[in-house]
Write a protein that binds this ligand. Structure first.
Ligand SMILES: Cc1cc2nc3c(=O)[nH]c(=O)nc-3n(C[C@H](O)[C@H](O)[C@H](O)COP(=O)(O)OP(=O)(O)OC[C@H]3O[C@@H](n4cnc5c(N)ncnc54)[C@H](O)[C@@H]3O)c2cc1C
Length: 326
């Protein structure tokens, strides 16, 4: 087993996801502990051009598996290709994003390699030459520090928690083509339905404005959407709002929705059930608007406004508009 840290770069439609850069930051720190370097692997079709950005963010080597069979993500095609590469490259640690893709890929890859996986980790350090990762458990009620016994050590990294290193245009990387090993692909993606035009995915957003049962109906999301637009934010929702059919599931934050860690999370008419908190508790700043002063959301909020969201949210938007136009 070598001592490098391999990042599975994630791209969609030729654009690298932010978590890829965040993982390169983690990889750089861990590589200092393993005595190796940060490397990355890119999979897709026509993706070679992205190697430069990976180099600028700290990858000293970029493996590129560029093949039409990898154009659309498939669990088996990607896992087979990565397992073959890892067998050859022998990294000490493999990092994937705790994204829809990484959550599907990392366990399958780990199983192929006969090792465990530490999923959705929020902190990383080296102890005694081994990775020590911290991951929330029991819907965020506790944190577990886990060490993996097998090699390589596979972990997924929660997006938006780790800082991404600033790009350094003077940095370059060795680019090494690596073959695609499609194998038998028994399940394939037939269609990808994107978010509505102009909508920001909550999992990627820096700012989220969320609505819950308190918005009262589909039309009640209007002030939430309007504030989100002003702040260039994504629109989130509680499960109650999604189950009521007021907004699509793609917007749901929580245990059975998406896990988000934006810089700012504004919860409007959301009570703060444990299953909702599980998805947003690690947000950097939380603002809650709720007419019930006893609502549990106020326990995790940095700023709380007790009031009717239909009065408060438009006022907030007015203030933000004024501030942003200064
Ligand atoms: C296995 C499991 C998984 C789950 N997964 C999720 C999940 O992923 N995400 C999730 O969100 N939930 C999830 N839930 C559901 C969760 O338990 C709660 O039922 C849900 O989060 C409640 O949503 P809410 O806060 O919008 O509604 P409520 O709990 O009904 O709260 C509505 C809030 O709005 C306030 N309000 C009402 N009107 C106004 C107004 N005009 N102005 C201001 N405030 C107002 C009320 O005071 C209240 O606090 C899950 C539950 C289970 C059992």
């Amino acid at each position: 087993m070598g001592n490098n840290v391999l990042v599975i770069a994630e791209q969609r439609d030729g654009v690298l996801k932010k978590v890829t850069f965040e993982m390169l930051g983690v990889a750089g720190t861990l590589a200092a502990g393993t005595g190796g370097s940060a490397e990355a692997v890119l999979l897709g079709a026509g993706v070679g051009g992205l190697a430069n950005a990976l180099a600028q963010h700290g990858a000293s080597k970029v493996y590129v598996a560029d093949d039409p069979t990898l154009a659309i993500y498939s669990s088996e095609g990607y896992a087979n290709t990565l397992a073959a590469l890892i067998g050859k490259a022998q990294p000490a640690i493999v990092l994937a994003g705790a994204t829809a893709m990484g959550k599907d890929l990392a366990p399958r890859l780990a199983a192929k390699l006969g090792v465990g996986v530490a999923s959705d980790c929020i902190a990383f350090e080296m102890e005694g030459g081994r990775l020590l990762a911290t991951r929330p458990i029991f819907a965020g009620k506790a944190l577990a520090r886990v060490k993996l016994t097998g090699d390589p050590q596979v972990a997924t990294v929660r997006p938006n928690v780790q800082p991404a290193p600033a790009p350094d245009a003077s940095k370059t990387a060795t680019v090494e083509p690596t073959p695609a090993v499609a194998g038998t692909i028994r399940a394939k993606v037939v269609d990808i339905v994107g978010a509505g035009e102009g909508e920001i995915d909550v999992a990627e957003a820096n700012i989220i404005v969320s609505g819950g049962r308190g918005v009262g109906g589909p039309d009640g999301f209007a002030p939430v959407r309007s504030l989100a637009k002003t702040l260039k934010a994504a629109v989130g929702a509680s499960r109650a709002a999604v189950d009521a059919g007021w907004i699509e599931h793609a917007h749901q934050v929580g245990q059975t929705g998406k896990t988000v860690t934006p810089n700012l999370y504004i919860a409007c008419g959301i009570s703060g059930a444990i299953q909702h908190l599980a998805g947003m508790k690690t947000s950097k700043v939380i603002v809650a608007v709720n007419k019930d002063p006893e609502a549990p959301i106020f326990k995790v909020a940095n700023y709380g406004i007790v009031g009717d969201l239909f009065e408060v949210v438009p006022l907030l938007e007015k203030e933000f508009k004024a501030l942003l136009s200064d």
